[in-house]
Write a protein that binds this ligand. Structure first.
Ligand code: NCD
Ligand code: ZN
Length: 343
């Protein structure tokens, strides 16, 4: 009989669903695997306030498969123009769960992000007071900083200071990619991190050695093996500071296989299967459920889920592409058979 594992239904604490017809693809994949997801606000028209977040939430709900109860947990996007009232309104709303800090220009649809973090004090103060978590894309955008160092430099230049100034503010260092990020999270209270499948599975050779692989290109960029090892150790350590966040970020194939390709890996088609494989390979399947289904909810102060999902050890391959609005997306790691399957 093949190996099986049952866990409480997981949540995805970092997800890009996009908008419009793309929702017909993205929502169903995530809704099949996850009970809830923190939905990133970096649409072409950024979700900068509660009103836009509620409208976006409704579009996601409308795209849910019949009978499915997937819960999108909405976030707002901080800009140079975010006002304290915007934060208060988000704190008072039952559907808004966090605010996201994108340094302007750091990643996809971040041009309206924050240009001067030192100007954010009143906003962060209001978030701390209103118990709204701060989600951080922790990379500097200064052109002179090497792309592989941008996370470490952001922690040194900005995040340490925010951490000290607002000790009660809950901060999630999103998609952590370096051992410096892991050290920062471990050293500080009220601080957590999401870890993605791509950063747990791959190092920068998987992006650049033996040919360039645009479907492994994401931000923050894949790092050296020693960093991957640090992430793996954190994920499987049983520390409640580290939890599942796929950063599944679909871009049409022609936007990735291009002269200037977009950053983002679409992993929602098999996210929990990929994490299961990662934990199995690390000999840490006994830590898989808490990482996937408990620690994120605990960090956000939410109830844990009660439904159960079952995975069976069975090889399968994702198709080369899935439809995506009027285009197509290539699933992450399509060239390697998956080892686990949700039943
Ligand atoms: C994300 C996207 O495409 O929206 N891309 C990525 O490479 N991770 C944005 C982000 O989370 O940085
Ligand atoms: Zn992301």
């Amino acid at each position: 009989m093949s190996k099986k594992i049952s866990i409480i239904k997981p949540d995805d604490w970092h997800l890009h669903l996009r908008d419009g017809d793309a929702l017909n693809t993205t929502v169903a994949f995530s809704a099949k695997q996850f009970q809830r997801a923190i939905v990133m606000p970096n649409l072409a028209q950024a979700i900068v306030n509660t009103e836009l977040a509620l409208q976006y939430r409704q579009r996601i709900i409308n795209a849910r498969p019949e009978g499915n109860n997937f819960q999108p947990l909405m976030t707002i996007y901080l800009t140079d123009n975010t006002r304290v009232e915007d934060i208060r309104s988000a704190c008072d709303n039952e559907f808004i769960f966090a605010a996201k800090l994108y340094p302007a220009g750091a990643t996809t649809n971040s041009s309206n992000g924050v240009t001067d973090i030192s100007q954010l004090s009143a906003v962060l103060e209001a978030m701390q007071a209103g118990k709204l978590p701060l989600l951080v894309h922790a990379e500097v955008t200064e052109q002179e900083v090497d792309i592989f160092d941008r996370e470490e430099v952001f922690i040194d230049r900005y995040l340490n200071e925010i951490r000290q100034q607002f000790p009660e503010l809950r901060i999630v260092l999103e998609h952590a990619t370096t051992k410096q990020a892991i050290d920062f999270v471990e050293a500080n209270d009220n601080t957590g991190a999401t870890l993605t499948p791509q950063h747990l599975l791959y190092n920068r050779n998987d992006l650049l050695a033996g040919g360039i692989r645009p479907h492994n290109y994401c931000l923050p960029i894949l790092k050296r093996e020693e960093h991957r090892q640090a992430l793996l150790k954190a994920a499987t350590s049983g520390s409640p500071k580290f939890f599942l966040g796929t950063d599944s970020a679909p871009h049409a194939i022609n936007a990735k296989e291009a002269n200037c390709g977009c950053a983002g890996c679409f992993s929602a088609h098999a996210a929990i299967e990929l994490y299961c494989e990662i934990f199995e390979q690390a000999g840490a399947l006994n830590k898989f459920e808490a990482f996937s289904s408990f620690y994120g909810a605990d960090f956000y102060g939410l109830e844990r889920n009660t439904d159960v999902i079952t995975l069976v050890k069975e090889e399968w391959s994702a198709p080369e592409s899935y439809p995506f609005a009027d285009q197509a997306i290539r699933p992450f790691r399509q060239d390697t058979p998956l080892q686990w399957k949700i039943i």
